[in-house]
Design a protein around this ligand. Sequence first.
Ligand SMILES: O=C(O)CCC(=O)C(=O)O
Ligand SMILES: [Fe+2]
Length: 314
Amino acid sequence: MVRMRNAKGSNATEIEKKIKRGNALRQGSAWRGYRGPIAFLLVAVCGCSAAVWMYMNSLDGDITETLVRHRELISPHPRVYTVHCSEDYDNQKRYPGCTPQKCGRAVTDGVVTREEAQILRRLAERGLALAGSEGGASILDLHSGALSMGKQFVNIYRYFGDQISDVFTEEDFKLYRDVRGRIQAVIAETFGLDPTLLYLTKPTFFSRINSTAAKTQHDEYWHPHIDKVTYGSFDYTSLLYLSDYGSDFTGGRFIFMDQSGNRTVEPRAGRVSFFSSGSENLHRVEKVSWGTRYAITVSFTCDPAHAISDPTLS
Ligand SMILES: O=C(O)CCC(=O)C(=O)O
Ligand SMILES: [Fe+2]
């Protein structure tokens, strides 16, 4: 009896197992029938989410297009992006052969070598080591002599006197003059200007930026601005980068803030970025999140009354 019950019991378990397997198979095949529509639904949901995300981004103008990446090498000709000139130039005296008629932005790695950028960066390092801002942004202007010190500025030529020739050499200054001449030439060629009608203007300065918290307004380099409004005399702005985005620092990209979205340039040692200075080129610098970023802002005007001369040591 016990055996019979056992045999009967084991038979019953076998049957139960078979029933369960059958049910499982039936369920599996039932889901299989829905696989197509489910996949379609998933793709549709993902697609809709991506569209909503892109729409939300376009609403706050946050779409970022990279105009030039760090790893690209733009040489020998600049990469040029034309934009419509703003009306800013209509409200001022026009200088034929110089005042922007064609506006835009351009980037080139073919004007200043990486070796030259390194020499200029060392010059900036030595100059800024004399003082520097307490906050994250320091400047050194070799023309006026302005150097960030703590929460303010000093004049290096007055403050350090003859000692300054221990810091900078005549060769450094010669390279600086030479580089600014080449930048002037490429701006004139790109915008179809007479290079002799374009003048260096102030401020033209080295900048050093890191992630230290700002202590004064002078350290707040990240605000959107229009160079012509901020600095007055500018007609063309150029930036010579002396360090590399991604390896010397992170963050710190240059951002053109267009109505249709942001367009960025990734700094690279020796890279020159230049643009017409009116409101067609509203821009800002992304906050530096790590490392140290060096650059030179080299500015040009069409108004001879705002011209400045090259710096000399003597
Ligand atoms: O360093 C940069 O990339 C931009 C600096 C700038 O906008 C300026 O000096 O006006
Ligand atoms: Fe600027």
